[in-house]
Design a protein around this ligand. Structure first.
Ligand code: SAM
Length: 271
């Protein structure tokens, strides 16, 4: 099974969202950054790489803590948006699965909601291990699966009920590493001291329309929905808006959105 079409869709989708990301996806993803940086033992003077950096919010937060921050993303629009927003951070275009950095270049590697987008997250973690020096820390965040996560239950419950998944490009399991068992792959790579914490966030959307908001917020959901017939798309829209009513607070929809932060230590490497 190849994920080439999925990868091309992700690249095109995130690139197209670079200038609107701040008003949609970032409102959810920034909520885990304090836990992610704490789990990665970020401290002034350390060299940090933010993988799948998007518009650079994790790298920017690290820089504000006195870190020498770098970011990498495969979407050129994201790299441009990040560099414009955080001029004190160095951002480059590159693939999380083949990082454009030498071995042992960093003290910390973080990946905020990137492992659920790359085609081979284990390979991305191996790359993180490679570019970390001895005593380096790696931490990533990922959304918890629908059975533990009300926002994703609503989204993928509605999509899964009506969509013909065979019409969408084959995609890797986005929740594969979003559990303590999934994180065991880190041990196989050589990481130690694997730890995890849950982050209780909120998905906020305008009460006027969750479906349209999600089509801007996500890339994976549009990759599925755009390949359905008009009638199926309308069924999905209706199911999402109906379910969302239970979460309306004033003029907003506020749905609990849970993620996991997994951290690990490269440890001392024998010379
Ligand atoms: C949900 S966004 C997360 C952005 C940012 N880390 C944040 O916290 O908001 C996922 C990002 O991963 C990037 N991405 C996906 N696959 C990638 C890959 N193989 N290599 C580098 N970046 C990738 C996308 O371009 C997008 O910017």
């Amino acid at each position: 099974m190849t994920y080439d079409d999925f990868r091309a869709g992700e690249l095109q989708g995130w690139d197209a969202r670079a200038n609107t990301y701040e008003t949609a996806t970032a409102r959810a993803t920034v909520q885990s950054i304090p836990d992610l940086l704490a789990a990665a033992r970020v401290a002034p003077g350390k060299r940090l790489l933010d993988v799948c950096c998007g518009p650079g919010f994790a790298a920017g937060a690290a820089a504000a803590l006195g870190v020498e921050a770098h970011g990498v993303d495969f979407a050129p629009g994201m790299v441009r948006a990040a560099q414009a927003r955080f001029p004190c951070v160095t951002f480059v275009e590159g693939d999380a699965e083949n990082l454009p950095f030498d071995d042992a270049s960093f003290d910390v590697v973080v990946c905020n909601f990137g492992v659920n987008h790359v085609t081979d997250p284990v390979r991305a973690a191996r790359e993180a291990y490679r570019v970390l020096g001895p005593d380096g820390y790696y931490a990533y965040s990922a959304w918890l699966p629908p059975e533990q996560n009300p926002a994703f239950k609503l989204i993928f419950g509605s999509v899964g009920t009506y969509a013909d998944m065979s019409a969408a490009p084959p995609a890797p399991d986005q929740f594969a590493l979003a559990c303590t068992e999934g994180a065991r792959f880190l041990t196989d790579i050589g990481f130690m001291e694997i730890a995890h914490r849950t982050v209780q966030g909120i998905l906020c959307a305008p009460a006027s329309g969750l479906f349209d908001y999600l089509m801007r917020w996500s890339v994976r959901m549009p990759l599925i929905v755009q390949n359905q017939s008009e009638a199926v798309r309308e069924k999905i829209r209706k199911a999402i808006e109906t379910e969302a009513r239970a979460f309306i607070v004033g003029d907003e929809i506020r749905i609990p959105l849970l993620s996991i932060v997994v951290s690990s230590h490269k440890g001392e490497v024998a010379s």
